[in-house]
Design a protein around this ligand. Structure first.
Ligand SMILES: Cc1cc2nc3c(=O)[nH]c(=O)nc-3n(C[C@H](O)[C@H](O)[C@H](O)COP(=O)(O)O)c2cc1C
Length: 177
């Protein structure tokens, strides 16, 4: 899959096959994150790989914005150093992981852990030190429907709404609506 195909077809996936994810695929996902660019090359991210069924089940209970985490065969929690651009950097790392997962026939969903109580409970469950910031828990699994995304369904603002030519307010004349 080339990069443009991956970008155009990727969708958030909230249901997964129960099949386990091979070690080499987990490794690929982690490498995709590790190789991401970051401000000052600080690489302020930490990835916690979770495959234990009981821990994943508990994550599903705690992740109220994404209880489907509990049904995934793999979860990767992303924590960051508490530095100014860390979340932006981690966002780039997780986007790379997401695209590689997509190419592998898998899917994921950014699950935010915004409530302080749940955030703290997940940090404790996974032994994430207090000085780090828990950004998300990403569930990963093979897509139920491998063709998902093939037809490029997108629910997005049009280019003319978000792109400007030369000066803000001069709408880009879109060729594809
Ligand atoms: C920063 C961020 C936070 C998100 N948080 C959640 C979440 O907590 N739960 C959830 O089900 N989806 C979450 N999503 C997924 C979005 O709802 C999804 O990306 C968006 O609706 C566009 O759909 P698509 O990814 O299939 O193109 C999040 C996405 C991003 C980028």
């Amino acid at each position: 899959m080339d990069v443009n195909d991956a970008v155009r077809s990727r969708l958030t996936v909230r249901e997964y096959k129960p099949d386990p994810i091979p070690d080499e695929v987990v490794h690929k996902l982690l490498e995709a994150g590790r190789l991401a660019p970051s401000s000052q090359n600080l690489q302020p991210w930490h990835f916690v790989v979770v495959r234990d069924g009981e821990t994943i089940r508990r994550l599903g209970e705690l992740a109220t914005q994404g209880p489907f985490v509990g049904d995934a065969p793999l979860a990767i929690a992303i924590a960051t150093d508490d530095t100014p651009r860390a979340q932006l950097d981690a966002g780039r790392a997780l986007q790379q992981m997401e695209l590689v997962a997509w190419e592998e026939g898998m899917g994921t969903c950014f699950v935010g852990i915004r409530q302080a109580e749940q955030n703290q409970a997940i940090k404790e469950l996974l032994g994430i030190p207090d000085h780090l910031v828990l950004l998300t828990v990403l569930p990963f699994g093979y897509r139920l429907n491998a063709d998902m995304g093939r037809f490029g369904r997108r629910n997005r603002k049009s280019l003319s709404e978000v792109a400007h030519v030369e000066r803000f307010g001069e709408a880009y004349a879109t060729i594809d609506g």
